[in-house]
Design a protein around this ligand. Structure first.
Ligand SMILES: O=C(O)CCC(=O)C(=O)O
Length: 273
C-alpha cells in the first residue's frame, strides 16, 4: 500500500543576512528546514534504500570495482521513488538557488553518508575537485536524519576557502594557503534532525568520525546552476572525464550544457509562485 508523503514544496524563507553570510563564508547552518513529522515520514524509506545500496557498494568495494574514496552510495534517488521525491524536493532546491543567486538549479548527484559507530573522520577536501562543470556555482546541502550530539556534530568548514578555486592546486596546498591567510575554521556543533547545512563546491570542509553508539545518518544533494556547461577536454581535471560523464551526465559531451535526464531542473524562478 502506498502512503502519501508530506509534500516538501513549501518554501523556507532566507534573510538577506543569511544569504550574504553564505556568500562571504562559503557555508551556512539553517535550522528547522524539515519538521520532525516530515523526517519521521521519509526516514524509513530513505534508510531502507541506503542500507540496500550500502550493501551493494560494500560488495563492489570488496571486488575493487569502485573507488575507495567514495564516502557512500550515490544517486540513490534513481533506486526508489520516495527517495527521488525527497531528493528533488523544491524546498531544498529553492534554498540552493537563492543562496547561489541563480535562477535555477539542477541536481549533480545525491549521496548517502551513513557513518556507523566507530567510523573514521572525513578528511579536508573540496567537492568541486570531483566535478566537471565550468562553473563555481555548485552547492551541497547536508541533511542529518537523526539528532547529532556534539561528539559527532556538523561538518567543519574553513570560512572564505571557497575563493580558493584553482583546480590545478591540491586540497593540501589550498589548506596551507587558507592557514597562511588566517581563514577561520567554523563548526556548528550538535545538530538536530531537521537542521541542514549548505556549502559551496569549493569550500574546504571535513567531518568528525563517529565515536557514538548511533549511526550518523546523513543525506547530501549537490546542485549546480542551470545552464552550466561541462568542461572542455582541454581542461585539467585529474579524473576520467568520459567515465564521469557516463555516470553523472549520460549523453552530454565535453563543452555542452550539463542537462541530461539525470540532472532534473528542480527549481527555477520561471515557475516560482
Ligand atoms: O559527512 C561527511 O562525513 C562528509 C560529507 C562531505 O564531505 C560532503 O557532503 O561534501
Amino acid at each position: 500500500m502506498s502512503t502519501e508523503l508530506p509534500n516538501l514544496s513549501e518554501a523556507v524563507a532566507l534573510t538577506e543576512t543569511q544569504i550574504e553570510s553564505f556568500r562571504t563564508n562559503g557555508h551556512i547552518l539553517l535550522t528547522n528546514v524539515l519538521s520532525s513529522r516530515e523526517i519521521a515520514a521519509y526516514r524509513p524509506h530513505l534508510t531502507e534504500t541506503v542500507e540496500m545500496c550500502q550493501r551493494e557498494l560494500e560488495d563492489k568495494l570488496a571486488k575493487g570495482e569502485v573507488d575507495e574514496e567514495l564516502l557512500g552510495p550515490i544517486n540513490l534517488r534513481e533506486r526508489n521513488e520516495r527517495y527521488y521525491q525527497f531528493v528533488t524536493a523544491r524546498r531544498f532546491a529553492k534554498l540552493a538557488a537563492e543562496l547561489l543567486g541563480v535562477e535555477g538549479v539542477r541536481i549533480y548527484r545525491d549521496n548517502a553518508i551513513f557513518k556507523k559507530p566507530g567510523a573514521v573522520y572525513t578528511r579536508w577536501h573540496q567537492d568541486s575537485d570531483l566535478t566537471a562543470l565550468d562553473t563555481d556555482q555548485i552547492v551541497t546541502i547536508w541533511i542529518p536524519l537523526v539528532d547529532l550530539p556534539a561528539e559527532i556534530g556538523s561538518m567543519k568548514f574553513i570560512s572564505g576557502s571557497h575563493k580558493l578555486n584553482n583546480r590545478t592546486e591540491s586540497a593540501m596546498l589550498k589548506l596551507r594557503k587558507a592557514t597562511r591567510q588566517n581563514l577561520p575554521t567554523a563548526w556548528y556543533g550538535a545538530m538536530n534532525a531537521g537542521d541542514v547545512t549548505f556549502h559551496y563546491g569549493w569550500t574546504l570542509h571535513s567531518a568528525n568520525g563517529n565515536p557514538s553508539e548511533i549511526t550518523r545518518e546523513v543525506i547530501t544533494i549537490m546542485y549546480f546552476a542551470d545552464r552550466a556547461k561541462i568542461v572542455t577536454e582541454e581542461e585539467e581535471i585529474g579524473f576520467d572525464l568520459k567515465k564521469h560523464l557516463a555516470e553523472f551526465f549520460p549523453g552530454v559531451r565535453p563543452g555542452e550544457v550539463a542537462a541530461s535526464p539525470l540532472n532534473p531542473l528542480v527549481y527555477t524562478t520561471s515557475s516560482a509562485p
